[in-house]
Design a protein around this ligand. Structure first.
Ligand SMILES: *Cc1c(COP(=O)(O)O)cnc(C)c1O
Length: 393
């Protein structure tokens, strides 16, 4: 037998973490790493946040799971708070980003089919997008590397260039049900959509009676300095997928929608065994307790301005290694001139965790609770690593 016991679907770095605290991760043998990957934009409040730990422990002693056959108070509270703080009127809970997107896609189909428009099922998506790894979401994302060997593609997705309104309009047919974009493409390489584009998509969706879906799995929950990234553009979607930061590391996803979009999602139309269980919703409510405190998002924006300016300076200084720094809030990327994997490996060797993304970008998505001390330490490592890489060129 040569296959590993853990199915080898990941190219993993050979390191095991034992525990974490704030923005730091520690190995059992005492090495420490500054975590600017945050489990791919998940641990928004850092590791072992004392308040989250307390809430998790006390919920663990009461009730973990009871199923959605019964009312779940934590779920009702979380839904009400997400609704109060967004465009949405209702929320469905699941366990991951892909599931949140599946729910969004199902809402789009059902919205039209319930009105008798059975032909409307196609969804316009953007090139470079990432929406998850289920069959439908790899088809929505349309990336060859994710589809390879998993044919046939799920039918119903029409891909157009990200940022190009004309192409999106030209792709609309009598079968189009919805359009989906990430306000900042994450896996695609930290590419912010401009506000005019998002506004244009909103107008286009209204004109052609399409649902506008924002995938805020990565951009949501304070990551860009607003609770949801689309707030920067001053437009709202009809449906939005959330996950990653929502549970601060506890698996939970959510699909938020307006009443108009979700009015036909009646009992029996959708479900999840684990979705929104008492343990997950207790933690997500605790995450919201922290994020909704006055000053939390101001802190994110202040730290983002410092980090972004430092990265700009580093990119200018090491212009043979980096092309530019880009992104929004604490969702930042360094576009590389050397292979991004080499940069991630060099950063790792110097004690900084970062995540590779598409378009040869290194993603920096630190916990939102970082301070200047962590920014100083991280940027010193990036400067050092870039110098080391430049010396090999
Ligand atoms: C991570 C991500 C997903 C998929 O989330 P999973 O929890 O891995 O299923 C979907 N959309 C976006 C934008 C993401 O960043």
């Amino acid at each position: 037998m040569s296959i590993s016991a853990v199915m080898p679907t990941y190219a993993r770095t050979d390191v095991m973490f034992d525990h974490g605290e704030g923005a730091w991760l520690y190995t059992a043998d005492g090495r420490r790493f500054l975590d600017f990957g945050a489990g791919v934009a998940v641990t928004a409040l850092g590791h072992a946040h004392p308040y989250l730990v307390d809430v998790l422990k006390s919920q663990a002693e009461k009730l973990w799971h009871c199923s959605n056959l019964y009312r779940v108070p934590g779920q009702e509270k979380l839904a009400a708070r997400l609704v109060d703080n967004s465009f949405a009127d209702t929320a469905f809970f699941c366990n991951s980003g892909a599931e949140a997107m599946e729910c969004a896609l199902k809402i789009a189909r059902r919205y039209h089919q319930a009105q008798g428009a059975k032909e409307k099922y196609r969804v316009i998506t953007a090139r470079g997008a990432f929406h998850g790894r289920t069959l439908a979401t790899i088809s929505a994302g349309g990336q060859e590397k994710h589809l390879d060997g998993f044919a046939p593609k799920v039918d119903g997705f029409d891909q157009v260039a990200f940022g190009n309104l004309n192409e999106a309009r030209a792709a609309i047919t009598a079968q189009t049900a919805a359009v989906v974009v990430e306000p900042v493409q994450g896996e695609g390489g930290i590419i912010p959509a401009d506000a005019q584009y998002l506004k244009g998509l909103r107008a286009m969706a209204d004109e052609f009676r399409l649902l506008l879906i924002f995938d805020e799995v990565q951009t949501g929950m304070g990551r860009t300095g607003k609770l949801f990234a689309h707030e920067w553009a001053g437009v709202t979607p009809d449906v939005m997928a959330l996950a990653k930061g929502l549970g601060g590391g506890f698996p939970i996803g959510a699909c938020l929608a307006t009443e108009r979009a979700a009015k036909d999602m009646k009992p029996g139309t959708h479900g999840s065994t684990f979705g929104g269980n008492p343990l997950a919703t207790a933690v997500a409510n605790a995450v919201l307790d922290v994020m909704l405190k006055p000053g939390f998002l101001a802190h994110v924006n202040a730290m983002a301005a410092v980090l972004h300016a430092r990265l700009d300076a580093i990119a200018r200084k090491h212009d043979r290694v980096f092309q530019e720094a880009r992104g929004q809030g604490l969702m930042l990327g360094l576009k590389c001139k050397v292979p991004n994997g080499d940069v991630v490996a060099r950063l790792f060797a110097n004690g900084l965790l970062a995540v590779a993304a598409g378009d040869n970008v290194v993603r920096l998505v630190p916990p939102l609770i970082i301070g200047e001390t962590e920014i100083d330490a991280a940027t010193a490592i990036i400067d050092l690593a870039a110098g080391q890489l430049a010396a090999t060129l």
